[in-house]
Each structure stands twice: as C-alpha cells, then as structure tokens.
Design a protein around this ligand. Structure first.
Ligand code: URA
Length: 422
C-alpha cells in the first residue's frame, strides 16, 4: 500500500477500501505518511466526500490508533454531551454538574478554543488553581467522587485525530462533514461513555451555516454512535447570535455560575435544561428533574465539589481584564440581528482565543452583550462592552463589529429564532 494510490482513489472520486483506510490512518499516526500527503487526502475528502461505510471505517481506524477507556467500574450510568462549537457556548459548565446532580456520571472530555469559537478548558482555566490535565486514574477518581469531571482528553485517546485535526486546522479542511463526524465520534466512542447527546450548532457562528448541512452532520454522528453501541441523540440548535450575554473565558464562567445559582440568561437556562433532559433520558433516568436540581442548589453543590477536586477555588475572584471599551447603539429601534461570528471574532481579537494551538489566552478578555435580538434599544445606550488586557487591539476588534448588528425602526415586529431548532 502507498499514500499516492490512496490519494488518487479519492481524488478520482472513488471509494476508499477498508484496507486503504486502516493503512493510511495507521501510517499517518506512525509518521510514515507525511503531513503533505495527508493534507492532500483531507482536501480530496472535503471535495469528494466519503460514504457512510467509509466514514464508519475511518472512525474505527482513528479509535484503534489509541486506547479505549471504560467506566464499567462506576455504579451510575454515564452521559456525555458534545457541542460542535459556537460563540458564548458555555453550556458544558452548568450542564455537567446539573446532570450529575440528577444521578448520572458525566465524563466530559473537552477541548480548547481555536479560531472564533471558545473552548471549555480555556474558560475553566480562568478559575485560579483549576487543572485541565488529569491522569486517567485522577479523572475516574473525580468522576466517582463528584459525579462529573471536565478535563482534557489524554494523549492516548484517538491520537490519529489529534494529529489530523491540527493538520486540518491549517489546511482549510476543517469543514468536511465526514472528517468532523469521525473526529468527534472517534473521541467520544474511545472515551467509553454509555450515552451521548450532540448539540449541533447552526448559523453564522457555527461550522455548519445551514440546517441541511447540520442535519447531515447530526445524522452521520448519530449513526456512528448507535452502530458502536453508544445511545446517541442530537439536537440542532441556533448559533446565529451568541448564547447568553458573554463571550470570553472568565466572563462565561461568571455567567455559568449565575445559572447554577438559579439566575442567568433565559437562553442559556433553556438550552442547559433541554440538553440535561436529553442526557438523562439517554442515560435511562427519564424521571429526573433538572429544573429542580438547578433551583434547589444541588447542581451548584456538585459544581463546587468538581472545581475543588481539580485544584480550583470555587470562591476565588475571577480575573478581570485591565481595559474596557463600550460600543453604543448607533440608532434607536428594535435590535433584529447581533451576529455570532462577528462577536466571536471580536472576542478572539481581544485575546479570548488563540491563533495557534500553543498561544496563551487572556482570562479576562471578551465581549459582554447588553442587548439581544428582539430588545428595544435607544441610540447611544451601551450595546457591547469589550474587555482586554491589550487595549491596542480595540481598533482591530471593532472592525467586525461595524457590521454585527441590525436595528429596525421601533415597533417593527420581530420573532426570535427558537434555541432548539430540531
Ligand atoms: N470538533 C472536533 O473535535 N473535530 C472536528 O473536526 C470539528 C470540531
């Protein structure tokens, strides 16, 4: 077998055989297939696609590149959630302790932000002392003692995906449905969760810009999970406007704690509860009541124990950026659009995200929203507050914001998109 014949098969719109897929993933993980050959194959896959048989084999080969974890020793059923990524998407933070408070074990292996979308680990690292890197034994210990753990995937889990994802990120090949589906599902299946709820985002701030593509991605992932014995369901949810009122690391932790304290923005609460219900049903706990666990403080108790178990201080002051800049409403009327991608890009430029994997992020940087689509605004009122430690970046961050919002004349009828689209 050789890399060039595999590339030619896909370049010429052929179907890759199981042997070709197993060989190329294994050889790439070991370093015998070069980055430039794999990037050529990834581009051929992006342009010409893969059928369901190829995607299933590709996923199995990525799982086989590393270890498989098992939660069989736990007494509780396991439930995990994966979001395909968005702006202001802090849902994992309140969701994991909430679902744990309702009786499931939540092993939440999470990632860092890249590009305009934020990452759960970067958000939690704004809590003084909190550690994302745990050994497999530590992870199991935290999960067993608190019911939830949020941490980085160990190096042993689907190493082929780690290498391939980094390559796709710099070769314009992230947005291929077969590659996204196999990337996400290889990690989730290898992790060993019994059930999985996928939050597939749709809209300007998501990888999938339209409902049709999101549905295709969701059904591909649900089939991969189900065929591997993981009870898998997917929700398609709106990402045309940021979730909640904050995009940025410490800003989002603060908002998540508000939700756990029984407050927080309505859209964050609604989506957290919707995903919690799906996770609990998939885990075989359909009668659990997540709204009660939010209201009675039991989800907050799990959050505090989970943060402490990973070295964090749940009572510590969260970092605040050194400088703020307020953007005011350019006109009076009804805010009809506040674009998720533009806000995400501004937060990234302010220092909340990174340009390369190894870059640091600013804990306090980001964008705070003072209005959401559907709200009536008055010319000159604060619309956004930008936060950063590097004020020389304000001008750069303001560029995408020039086109981020639409304001219609007062009295214009406006119906907000539902959060859960399907
Ligand atoms: N998240 C992943 O883990 N992989 C992708 O390919 C895209 C989003």
């Amino acid at each position: 077998m050789d890399a060039i014949s595999v590339i030619r098969t896909k370049r010429d719109r052929g179907e890759l055989s199981g042997e070709q897929i197993d060989w190329v993933i294994d050889a790439y993980t070991r370093g015998t297939v070069a980055d430039e050959q794999m990037s050529s194959l990834a581009m051929a896959i992006l342009l010409n696609g893969m059928n369901r048989t190829e995607i299933a084999r590709w996923t199995a080969a990525m799982i086989a590149s590393g270890e498989r974890m098992s939660f069989d020793s736990l007494s509780r059923p396991t439930a995990d959630k994966h979001s395909t990524g968005g702006v202001g998407d802090k849902i994992t933070l309140p969701l994991a302790p909430l679902v744990a408070a309702c009786g499931a074990a939540v092993p939440q292996l999470s990632g860092r932000g890249l590009g305009h979308t934020g990452g759960t680990l970067d958000k939690l690292e704004s809590i003084p002392g909190w550690r994302a890197l745990l050994s497999n034994e530590e992870m199991l210990r935290v999960l067993d003692s608190t019911g939830a753990v949020i941490c980085a995937a160990g190096d042993g889990l689907a190493p082929a995906d780690k290498k391939l994802y980094a390559l796709r990120d710099v070769t314009g090949t992230v947005e291929a449905i077969p590659l996204i589906a196999s990337s996400i599902m290889s990690k989730k299946i290898a992790e060993g969760t019994g059930s999985l709820v996928l939050d597939v985002k749709v809209g300007s701030g998501a990888f999938m810009k339209n409902l049709e593509d999101a549905r295709e991605l969701a059904s591909t992932m649900v089939a991969l999970g189900t065929d591997s014995g993981v009870r898998t369901v997917a929700l398609l949810t709106d990402m045309s406007t940021p979730l909640g009122l904050t995009a940025g690391n410490a800003l989002e932790v603060r908002e998540s704690v508000e939700v756990l304290a029984g407050g927080g923005p309505a859209d964050v609460v609604e989506l957290t509860l919707a995903l919690a219900r799906e996770m609990l049903t998939a885990a075989g706990l359909p009668d659990a009541d997540p709204a009660k666990a939010l209201a009675d403080g039991s989800a907050m108790d799990v959050w505090r124990r989970m943060i402490s178990a990973q070295g964090g201080d749940p009572d510590a002051e969260l970092p605040v950026a050194r400088e703020q800049h307020v953007v005011t409403a350019p006109a009076s009327g009804v805010l009809t659009r506040l674009d998720a991608y533009d806000i995400g890009l501004a937060a990234w430029r302010l220092g909340a995200g990174r340009a390369r994997k190894e870059d640091p992020v600013q804990a306090g940087a980001g964008v705070e929203l003072h209005a959401k689509p559907g709200d009536t605004v008055t010319e000159g009122q604060p619309l956004l507050t930008l936060h950063t430690d590097t004020p020389e970046k304000f001008g750069w961050a303001l560029e995408p914001l020039a086109t981020a919002c639409d304001i219609a004349p007062a009295g214009t009828a406006f119906t907000a998109s539902p959060i859960v689209l399907d």
